[in-house]
Design a protein. Structure first.
Length: 66
């Protein structure tokens, strides 16, 4: 996860490209949270702690096929 607060502090007056960078970092953090959550749920489903949903089954199949 990117620490957006500390990155913002490094810019005194952000240029347009830096603003775009910050927006993309925010989006990337959301994506990372989703990936971490999905993989954690998949791990728990494979162990049997939670039920395997169709979305988790699709994720497992995609990871298996590469």
């Amino acid at each position: 996860m990117f620490d957006i607060f500390n990155i913002k502090k490094k810019f005194e007056v952000p240029a347009p490209t830096q603003i775009v960078l910050l927006q993309e970092l925010e989006r990337f953090n959301v994506l990372l949270e989703l990936i971490i959550s999905s993989l954690t749920d998949l791990k728990r489903a494979l162990v049997g702690e939670i039920g395997m949903s169709s979305a988790l089954d699709d994720l497992a199949n995609c990871m298996f096929k590469g």
